[in-house]
Design a binder for this molecule. Sequence first.
Ligand code: ADP
Ligand code: MG
Length: 711
Amino acid sequence: MAAPGNTAPGTALHKIGVDKLRGVGPMLAEKLHKLGLFTVQDLLFHLPLRYIDRTKITAIGGVQPLTEVVIEGEVRGSDIVFGRRRSLVCRVQDHSGLITLRFFHFNHAQQQSLQAGSKIRCFGEVRRGKSGLEMYHPEYQLLNQAQPPALAETLTPIYPATEGVTQQRIRDLCGQALTLLQRHGIEDWLPAGLAASNPHQNNYALVDALHLLHNPPPGTALNLLAEGEHPAQQRLACEELIAHHLSLLRLRQKIQSQGAPALPANPKASARFLEQLPFSLTAAQQRVVNEISADISQPIPMLRLVQGDVGSGKTVVAALAAVQAIANGMQAALMAPTEILAEQHRVSFEAWLAPLGIRIAWLTGKLKGKGREVQLAAIADGSAQIVIGTHALFQEGVVFNNLGLTIIDEQHRFGVHQRLALRKKGAITEDGDDSQQSTPHQLIMTATPIPRTLAMSAYADLDCSVIDELPPGRKPIETVVLNELRRNDVLERVRASCREGRQAYWVCTLIEESDVLEAQAAEATAQELQLLLSELSIGLIHGRLKPKEKVQIMEAFKAGEINLLVATTVIEVGVDVPNASLMIIENAERLGLSQLHQLRGRVGRGTQSSHCVLLYSAPLSANGGARLKIMRETNDGFKIAEKDLEIRGPGEVLGTRQTGDMQLRIADLQRDAHLLPEVKRMAFGLLQDYPDNVDPLVARWLGHSEQYGQA
Ligand code: ADP
Ligand code: MG
């Protein structure tokens, strides 16, 4: 391939724009930019998703469904078939067998050329069709007997693509980038000294790894490549993970360089708080309280994640942190992911803090008009010492007087991206810009335990505390899995439980995440249940209710006036009514493990034994069945999280699918978990001994999509 022109030797590849490459005009450049490809370096790090093997011809008799193969043979005949869709069907035979090609889009010329007797070479995916094995829309060439075209010499890479940029085009551009790589070289930001002890670095120089992955030579182990376990892939995966790790560490450094108000412990205030608490802290709670207390007494912003299983008592730990901030004359803010949860925190905090004379403000998106202005004024003039609300807390127009501590509850409901964005906003809102010298301490709480390996990479910017003990007297929740056909038995159970003075939840779920449909389904269920259980008082709660209505219903449930609460998954997090001891979840097979665990965690909060009934409709998928089995077997959130990781993979466990961050190009957090200790060591080493390498390395991998903090 000819080298692309006019690039001065010595120019770094991240300084050469894609528009300098042969065949790239303004239109294509724009499309490439949409893929995040701005420079030649970006192309080099735009790694193939997978490879296909077009280096050999497979005998038709030996092809397997769901594989991509090259075949060669003679056309036996072509017909237009009028089925549900008109299609051109063409039978091709070689010495070993017969296969059908099927085209749904075709023209007359094509039909003509595929006449009986033509020799043809095809490439495509084999599938089982009406007439046995078929290929839909294969790529094909008619063969000129004299001189069959050469087969590919190397595995063919398949790139992540975008509309309007063909694989062929990207392959060509990456080819040009590789030529430039040869001419200009590329900086390896992982210093040899640092990598010496790294077993995954030994085999491949950066340049060789890039060449191999874009252009695997004949004989490259396709199976290793397919698994992502080729040493060249592992070399780059390690580097990518280091880059991600560094970007988080750098963010942490940046925040901590701003300084924070020192909020030393105030034993008197804490003692007063603890005295009026109806229980004493568990040892685990006390340990975490101490860790937080030590952090915020320093003039460096705390960045701490508190993990604790559902019901482990995180709220009171947060309250103690707030008390310490307030005792130092600063404000605290507590953000919850839903209005119901925010409201419940307000009730708890009022009960705990009002006796200490602490004033609470309240802010949600639905609070409007005069009410809102009153709250905003109290937040701004400092008369509110703690502010509780939803993410409305960090929206424009909210000005704190002297925010010293930000608490984010149930962080798993927010993606990693949102967490970082919120954190930044939290830091900014204090005075409207980020030129300030000091930033609030930050406490993040999550009830979804994060497997250690994931926590290490996704939360590299946070210190971590774990509440690994439940308050005394809790009995494990007994879980049964029942076919939905046994609904009547379940009704009996609800009846019996309520007769004994207990309360129950009945959760309705839908596949589609539509507030409206979900609310309708819950309404219908509530009506049906009221007919069948006419002696019970049945309440209904869903996301479409007005905040006031929600509050009233939750209060009535808490007061025991409602026996059975029919709900949508709005009650998923945080809701705390200890007398509720029976949880029914409909269509449980549709929910993910962490959501099921959260929902189930609404019971088992008192001292009586609790039960959870997971209803499913047959037939169960393999995954659905596996999830329900795990739920039946364990109450341990950490075990459930590990299983969740196995079943769903890290992207979904971290809840970042939608936000699309932590998108790894080549590394896979699960497959490459064994690299993480080394990644961590290397990242610290770089930050400490090679600080100049950090920015270019992060830019190389996270490139233009990085900007975590600015989301
Ligand atoms: P989560 O960790 O799920 O947020 P909560 O903070 O809502 O848990 O606490 C669950 C319940 O346990 C609440 O009713 C709370 O008052 C109670 N609780 C918390 N700590 C203790 C404790 N040390 N002893 C007894 N009950 C406690
Ligand atoms: Mg909670």
